[in-house]
Design a protein around this ligand. Structure first.
Ligand code: GUN
Length: 280
């Protein structure tokens, strides 16, 4: 198989440059910078890396970012007060609450406090409902990035069988809506699906977001399929996807690497959403 490795880093870079041009235009017109507030609670090492990368990407795209690092024991009301302050601050365009939150905080209660017009993660009920209804909205970044990567291959999504492995609120569920909007036929599998390989082998487009290192092997993939690997699994200092790359790349037509596939796209889509939020 002449497998094409989808270069998420290069595609993300192009988006970041487009955002930078528009962010500079915004400064000229509005005499202020586009601004993203990033809230990090606690010191989860992976979250710290993600936040650092997001802040760096903002700076590369001429977007101002303001980081709020809160103690892992922060009181729910103090966090809600901060969100309220950011909601009503007209110089803040986007608000991102990095997940996961410490166990004592109810994730949904916190996420739903973000004003939907500043909800650059697309996690509020208003944005997720709009997505399901096919209305314009701030849509979750990782699944948006996946759709962009599929489109970057030049193939049409319409009529294709897309199989999603993983049903999280962040990736799997919003992807269903996005792929339906592209007229794909969509199957959702998860950790309790019987005979998973039966389903994955039907996929023209296989998107894996199950959070298990090298969970999908080459024998589970249809010849020529497009494989999008959302997994980021750290093991002995190295990053692994949810797809076993060497085996999968022998059968897939197109495949994303880890790192350098979906990861950079999540950040690029976040910048795009932050720019979009300036108009809301
Ligand atoms: N943690 C893992 N993925 C994400 C994401 O897309 N957004 C936020 N806010 N936190 C995350």
């Amino acid at each position: 198989m002449n497998t094409v490795i989808i270069d998420g880093k290069a595609i993300a870079q192009k988006i970041k440059e487009e955002v930078a041009t528009k962010a500079k235009e915004f400064i000229r017109k509005k005499a202020r910078r586009v601004c993203l507030a990033v809230v990090l609670v606690g010191n989860n090492p992976a979250s710290e890396v993600y936040v650092k990368n997001k802040v760096m990407a903002c700076s590369e795209s001429s977007i101002k970012s303001v980081e709020y690092k809160l103690d892992k024991k922060v009181n729910k009301n103090d966090l809600l007060l901060l969100i309220e302050k950011l909601n009503s601050d007209s110089s803040v365009d986007g608000i991102l609450i990095q997940l996961p939150l410490p166990k004592h905080l109810n994730e949904q209660e916190i996420l739903q406090a973000v004003n939907s017009n500043k909800d650059v993660d697309g996690f509020t009920m208003i944005n997720s409902s709009k997505l399901a209804l096919g209305l314009d909205c701030l849509a979750p970044c990782t699944p948006s990035g996946c759709v962009e990567l599929i489109k970057s291959t030049g193939q049409s999504i319409e009529g294709k069988h897309a199989v999603i492995v993983g049903r999280s609120n962040i990736v799997g569920k919003p992807l269903v809506q996005m792929l339906l909007a592209e007229n794909a036929t969509v199957t959702v599998c998860h950790s309790l699906t019987n005979d998973l390989a039966y389903h994955t082998r039907q996929a023209d487009i296989l998107i894996v977001a199950i959070g298990k290192k090298e969970f999908i092997t080459g024998d589970m993939i249809k010849f020529g399929a497009t494989v999008i690997d959302v997994g980021i699994n750290r093991f002995e200092g190295k990053l692994y996807g949810d797809v076993e790359f060497d085996g999968a790349s022998k059968v897939a037509g197109h495949i994303t690497p880890v790192p350098g596939g979906v990861g950079p796209m999540t950040i690029a889509m976040l910048l795009k959403n932050t720019l979009k939020a300036t108009k809301l």
